[in-house]
Design a protein around this ligand. Structure first.
Ligand code: NCD
Length: 310
């Protein structure tokens, strides 16, 4: 089985069959990662460049580790130490890197659409979107899906609520597309100023501004960070007030009388969108998400490398 696409730019245009193939391949890599020797030769002689034009901890380390576990040669590029600060365009930077015979590009960029732009100009190099502006973060949605299935079984019919700053979250958009394609029900909850008006109709999700009601409804709550760096205007009064109305606390969870799964893509802001007690509780699968990220990214790299079956 092969993916229907040469790049992973987003979940929006990814067929459900590709999502299933990535998740089942990730399951095999997760087993490999439990072995004493975690390295496999699948991407030997494949060179991958990690182009990170925006800050990242988890995603960058996770991709790099996935590449190393697959025996790929990796190059890391971050803007602060590159010629971007000397005025080089994105396309020139990439053409220069590719002339050194690079096979795959993993890219994070603050501009929505940056990886799509690269894919248009470099059709023969596999491009993987590691987060573009407020658009998509496909590998995060895939690792979230993998983690939900691992915890509570198939996504079909499951109820997932995304909590918080939906408007500025690429994690939210990729999650919505993926969960809907795989037959889950999706609800958004947060302050009205952080949930786009068009969400209900355009994305086919439910919206519930009352967080307690949303939590009562769901099997899983995926809690998002407030993306202050992307907000140009004041959208809520203060972080303290946000925490009171939309922070996930153990008191709130106790009041809904059912046990739900708590997720967060990280980085978490303790005491803002999630209280420490909840983040560190047995209900939270935040660190499992990080662990699963490596297996999911190994699957994506492997399937896009063209090495399958060789
Ligand atoms: C997310 C991102 O960068 O979009 N983080 C991540 O990749 N794990 C979410 C965030 O920054 O809040």
């Amino acid at each position: 089985m092969q993916l229907s696409t040469k790049h992973l730019l987003g979940i929006k245009d990814l067929p459900a069959s590709d999502i299933s193939l990535i998740l089942s391949t990730a399951q095999q890599f997760k087993e490999v990662l439990q072995r004493p020797i975690k390295k496999v030769p699948s991407l030997r002689d494949v060179t991958v460049v990690n182009l990170f034009y925006e800050n990242s901890t988890r995603t960058r380390i996770s991709f790099e580790l996935a590449e190393k576990r697959l025996s790929a040669d990796t190059i890391n590029f971050t803007t602060s130490s590159s010629s971007v600060s000397k005025g080089e365009t994105l396309l020139d930077t990439v053409h220069n890197i590719l002339s050194m015979k690079v096979d795959m590009v993993v890219m994070r960029h603050s501009a929505s659409g940056a990886p799509h732009f690269l894919a248009k100009h470099l059709p023969h190099t596999a491009i993987i979107n590691a987060g573009d502006g407020i658009n998509e973060h496909p590998t995060q949605a895939l690792l979230d899906a993998f983690s939900i299935e691992e915890k509570i079984g198939t996504l079909e019919g499951k109820k997932i609520v995304l909590v918080g700053d939906i408007m500025h979250s690429r994690v939210a958009l990729s999650n919505i597309y993926l969960l809907k394609k795989m037959g889950a029900e999706v609800m958004l909850s947060g302050p009205p100023t952080l949930i786009p008006n068009y969400a209900k109709e355009a994305l086919g999700v439910q919206v519930e501004y009352n967080l307690a009601k949303a939590l009562k409804w769901c099997d899983v709550a995926n809690v998002l960070r407030i993306q202050l760096e992307r907000q140009q205007q004041v959208l809520f009064s203060s972080l303290r007030e946000y925490n009171l109305a939309y922070g996930i606390s153990s008191k709130l969870l106790a009041s809904i009388n059912k046990e739900i799964v708590i997720m967060h893509p990280g980085p978490i802001n303790r005491g803002v969108e999630i209280d420490s007690e909840v983040a560190d509780s047995h209900q939270s699968i935040i660190l499992q998400q990080v662990e699963n990220g490596v297996a999911v990214r190994m699957a994506v790299l492997y399937l896009l490398s063209g090495k399958k079956g060789e």
